[in-house]
Ligand binder design. Sequence first.
Ligand code: FE2
Ligand code: FE2
Length: 222
Amino acid sequence: MTVDDLAHGWEHVSRVYNVALYIAEQEGANKFVVGMAALMHDLGRSVPQDGTTHHADLSVKLATELMKTYQVPLDTQEAILHAIIAHSFSRNIEPRTLEACVVRDADRLDSLGALGLTRWAITGTIRRNPQTRTYHPTDPFAAEHALDDRAYLLDHFYSKLLKLSDTITTNTGRRLSQSRTAFMHAFLRELRDELDIQGSSAHSSSHTLPTTPTLPTLPVLP
Ligand SMILES: [Fe+2]
Ligand SMILES: [Fe+2]
């Protein structure tokens, strides 16, 4: 991930901050801990990465240095750092405080709904290689093939995005995630309809090849 990645930059951080504070208000969580952790959760993505350190670990390191400067009480620092390290899907650390649950929910909510769709497209474009396709040519909705979201961008819905709602832990977060996930299912239905209109059999669950559109016959020039 580059330091100017639009999907994980300040726009993302400010949305996570606002949603996290909203959830904290509804759930009665400590808003200082939630707000600080939300603001610093992706700090590790703001500096060049060597590819060996997870961005959440890097965020913890940078947040620790920052909080020392501002002399944040030790127990508050620990609560903030735990919420930062537990936010990541791939780092896979269970949140053990309400505040960590709130920050993780807010971060995951930004991968859902219209915003999630936007970030999916941005991230897929950044990570793509020359072989990457938007979707599998004969099985776009992953009915049969082994999921590979590096090869087919749409596979990311099935490997991660549509599963995120099940990992949301707060009641407020769950309510928001359900409507955002419903929107993503509606997007997939629309995409299926549009592929149908194109006369393509690309969405078919069978492995038949898509039909080639018939081109109009050009008049013969004199
Ligand atoms: Fe992150
Ligand atoms: Fe994030």
